[in-house]
Design a protein around this ligand. Structure first.
Ligand code: BMA
Length: 313
C-alpha cells in the first residue's frame, strides 16, 4: 500500500463541520452539499433529510470555509407545482452547483416512485431559487455541469442506470434544457475500488492538464457497499476523452464518522472549492449519509493521482 498517496487528501481536524444538531429545523441527517463561492462567502447548499425521510435543501454560509452559519429556513423544498411536484414526491437530493457568468446553476436529483431523474434550478444571489426544467428521464443522477461551454455547447456528466451497470456518461446542450449526443465516458473497473458503481462528484475543475473530476466509486462487499473518492482527468477540448484515472482512491472511509452512521462506510462529494492563491482544493463531503466534512488537497497531487499509472481503457 502506498501510504503517502493515502494521505494526499487531508481531513480537517475538527470534522465533522456540520451535524444534524446544527440544523435549526427538525431533521434526521445532513450530508452531500453543493458548494459555491459568492462574494466573500463560502456557500454550502445542504441536503437535509427530514424526519419522515425525504430530503430538502438548506443554506450555510462561511467566511473561512470551515465554520458555517446555517440559515433558519429551507431554501428549496420538494416542489408543490407541476411538473416538478410529480417527480419530487420523495424529495430532492445531492445538489451540485456550477457558476456560469453571473448565474449559479444547481443540478439535483428529483426523486419519486418513478426513480431518480435530474432537475435544474438556478439562483443569482442564494436568496431566491428558481426551477428551470427536469432534464433527464429516470434513472439518472450524479450530474455535474461544466463551468463553460465547449465548442459552443453546454456539457454535463451524468450517471444513467443501465442494464450494463452504473457508469459515467457525457451529454451536450445548446440551452441547458434539451440534452443529447450522449456517450459513455468512464466505466466501472472490475477488481478495483470502483468496481460496482461510479458517479461524478465535483463539477469539473479546469486545469492546464485537463478537466479534473473528483468522482465516487463503489465497491460491493459482503458487509455492504463502500463509497470512496478518486480523480479522473478529461481532455480540455474533448471532455468525452479520458486521459487520467486514480488507480487507488484519494479518500476512503477511515474515521469513525465515515464508518458509522445511517449508511456506513460512505464518503460522497457534491462539491469542492479551488483556492487560486494556494492551488489547494477544499473537498466537502458527506460522511456515512449523516454529517458534512471537509478535507484539503493540492490540486497538483490530485492530478498526479489520476495521471500516474493511467492505462487507456
Ligand atoms: C448514492 C446517493 C447518495 C448517497 C450514497 C450513499 O446512491 O443516494 O445520496 O450518499 O448513495 O448512500
Amino acid at each position: 500500500m502506498d501510504k503517502g498517496r493515502q494521505e494526499l487528501v487531508k481531513r480537517y481536524r475538527e470534522n465533522p463541520i456540520i451535524r444534524h444538531d446544527d440544523i435549526p429545523v427538525p431533521c434526521n441527517t445532513v450530508f452531500n452539499a453543493g458548494t459555491a463561492r459568492h462574494k466573500d462567502e463560502y456557500i454550502l447548499l445542504l441536503r437535509v433529510e427530514a424526519l419522515e425521510g425525504k430530503s430538502f435543501f438548506m443554506l450555510a454560509r462561511s467566511r473561512d470555509g470551515f465554520g458555517f452559519n446555517i440559515e433558519e429556513v429551507p431554501v428549496m423544498k420538494p416542489a408543490q407545482d407541476r411538473p416538478f411536484s410529480i417527480y419530487e414526491k420523495r424529495g430532492i437530493e445531492d445538489p451540485r452547483i456550477t457558476k456560469i457568468d453571473d448565474t449559479y446553476y444547481i443540478l439535483y436529483t428529483a426523486y419519486s416512485r418513478h426513480g431518480p431523474r435530474l432537475g435544474l434550478a438556478k439562483t443569482m444571489d442564494f436568496k431566491t431559487f428558481e426551477r428551470i426544467a427536469l432534464i433527464s428521464q429516470p434513472e439518472n443522477k450524479d450530474a455535474v455541469l461544466f463551468p463553460r461551454k465547449i465548442k459552443g455547447r453546454f456539457v454535463r456528466f451524468d450517471r444513467p442506470s443501465t442494464p450494463g451497470g452504473a457508469d459515467m456518461w457525457i451529454s451536450y446542450s445548446e440551452d441547458l434544457v434539451h440534452w443529447g449526443d450522449s456517450k459513455i465516458v468512464m466505466e466501472t473497473r472490475p477488481g478495483f475500488w470502483d468496481s460496482r458503481k461510479i458517479g461524478a462528484g465535483v463539477p469539473p475543475i479546469e486545469t492546464d492538464k485537463g478537466w479534473l473530476e473528483i468522482y465516487h466509486g463503489v465497491k460491493q462487499t459482503s458487509g455492504g457497499n463502500i463509497y470512496r473518492l478518486g480523480c479522473a482527468i478529461f481532455d480540455l477540448d474533448d471532455p468525452s476523452r479520458i486521459i487520467g484515472r486514480s488507480k487507488i482512491p484519494v479518500l476512503t472511509p477511515k474515521e469513525y464518522y465515515e464508518r458509522t452512521g445511517d449508511v456506513p462506510n460512505v464518503v460522497f462529494t457534491c462539491g469542492a472549492i479551488l483556492e487560486p492563491e494556494t492551488e489547494e482544493v477544499k473537498i466537502y463531503y458527506g460522511a456515512s449519509d449523516t454529517c458534512i466534512c471537509v478535507a484539503t488537497a493540492k490540486i497538483e497531487d490530485l492530478l498526479e493521482s489520476a495521471i500516474s499509472g493511467f492505462e487507456e481503457p
